[in-house]
Ligand binder design. Structure first.
Ligand code: 5AD
Ligand code: SF4
Length: 434
């Protein structure tokens, strides 16, 4: 029996794409291996968002080409394939296929014709979702892609190039996949899209569906206990969507809504045309709708021409909003983006010290939020055993990890009310509520 190896880098959309690829290969009678040297086909499912992510792929390919069986097929799919295109074959001559994020469903072509080279980095639309076989059992937390691509054109971001312009899947397709996931094991649905709250689909009768419609419909499915979505663009948090936080208890009180910077000057140069007052008023509306809501963000430090006072405004906004579960990155110039050509690129050492400062601030906010959860009882979702096998790992509604002793229970319940007993920056400890 033939074996495949797949390694996924990057965002949840890539994780989802990896599931679909694995399902397709299994449907052709192949089994998955964690060991590159046993594999007959090796797939790196790649991320191009920062230069480091792309570099990682090429160093992994360097290792793999020495370790693989001589006749194993090896290739890349996803954003790096689209970023580098045919140049990938020049850099790594052993590559058999280079398939972009919207053409990985062409993979069977190389299985049927292993002696050819396959390059396809077209932005061909969303037929990949329908051409590949569905997963037979869904993970407890199931990702459902509802749109792909982004029309915002932030000047630092390669994604509009790698994943193309925004395309929304039909409401019926999204709900069909959601129902299928619910019937085959999903308890939590996470709607995915590069600009997920830009979801907009108009059917043949002229009826337009938004993300709020998907949330309302999904809330009616008894098997589904929790709903979330990522990643949202601030000014597309329309009132109908904000209202969902008030009316749909299954929608988690947690929202990823990246601000990227707290400086109006930097935001303008990033081509993110909102001002801080606008952003703050969206957060206020969300807090009125759902008083216990928490917000997370991504930040970029060291964007071209970012001054100390620009950076200070980022620190201020991080504290003012009190972001939890957030990430910050050093600005990385990317091909196919406008900001890479801007003057006044920031030296690496300044980027690094700003990153450390913002990281500290975000960690401190996270720690105090985690501590504020002590003695609270939260409905949590079982994730799996911890490394020791003695404890269970649960996820709170705010995506914090919570370690719970089984305390005589033979099986960890899928959903449980857990009282938080202890907390640090990284995780919580808890016990099953009485
Ligand atoms: N450099 C650094 N970080 C970036 N991101 C996107 N493009 C870049 C870049 N060129 C970050 C943004 C985005 C997250 C997924 O990655 O913060 O929200
Ligand atoms: Fe990386 Fe963005 Fe592509 Fe996801 S969409 S894999 S984050 S570059």
């Amino acid at each position: 029996m033939k074996q495949f190896f797949i390694q996924t880098f990057g965002c949840q959309m890539n994780v989802y794409d990896g599931w679909r690829i694995a399902t397709m290969l299994k449907s052709r009678g192949m089994t998955q291996t964690e060991n590159v040297s046993d594999a007959d086909i090796i797939i790196l499912n790649t991320c191009a968002v920062r230069a480091k992510a792309t570099d990682k792929v090429f160093s992994a390919l360097g290792r793999i080409r020495r370790a693989k069986k001589p006749d194993a097929l090896m290739g890349i799919v996803g954003c790096v394939a689209r970023e580098v295109g045919s140049d990938a074959f020049r850099r790594v001559p052993e590559l058999n296929f280079v398939l972009g994020p919207q053409s990985y469903h062409k993979l069977p072509q190389i299985l049927d014709n292993p002696d050819t080279r396959l390059l396809n980095i077209d932005l061909g639309g969303l037929e990949k979702f329908d051409e590949l076989p569905q997963m037979t059992t869904a993970p407890t937390v199931s990702y459902i892609p509802i749109q792909e691509g982004c029309n915002h054109c932030c000047t630092y971001c390669i994604v509009p190039y790698t994943r193309g312009r925004e395309l929304s899947r039909s409401f019926d397709d999204c709900m069909r996949d959601t129902l299928h996931a619910a019937k085959t094991g999903a308890v939590e649905i996470c709607f995915l899209g590069q600009n997920v709250n830009g979801y907009k689909y108009t059917d043949e009768n002229g009826k337009t569906f938004r993300l709020s419609d998907l949330i309302r419909e999904t809330s009616k499915i008894p098997e589904i206990m929790r709903i979330r979505f990522t990643s949202s663009y601030p000014t597309e948090m329309t009132d109908d969507l904000i209202e969902m936080f008030a009316t749909e208890p299954k929608l988690l009180p947690f929202l990823n809504m990246p601000i990227q910077s707290g400086s109006p000057n930097v935001l303008r140069r990033m081509n993110r045309p909102y001002d801080l007052d606008q952003y703050i008023s969206i957060v206020e509306k969300l807090r009125i709708a759902r008083p216990d809501i928490q917000i997370s963000s991504d930040f970029i430090v060291g964007f071209p021409d970012e001054s100390d006072s620009d950076f200070d405004e980022t620190l201020q906004i991080a504290k003012r909003i009190g972001y939890i579960n957030s990430y910050c990155f050093k600005y990385s110039p990317r091909p196919h983006t406008g900001a890479a050509l801007l003057p006044n690129q920031i030296p690496e050492n300044i980027k690094a010290s700003r990153l450390a400062l913002l990281d500290n601030t975000l960690n401190e906010i996270q720690r105090s939020f985690n501590i504020s959860c002590i003695d609270k009882t939260l409905p949590c979702l079982y994730e799996g055993p911890d490394k020791t096998g003695l404890h269970s790992v649960y996820r709170t509604p705010y995506m914090q990890q919570c370690i719970v002793a089984l305390a005589g229970k033979s099986d960890a319940p899928t959903m449980a009310n857990i009282t938080i007993t202890d907390a640090n920056k990284a995780s919580l400890r808890g016990k099953f509520a009485e």
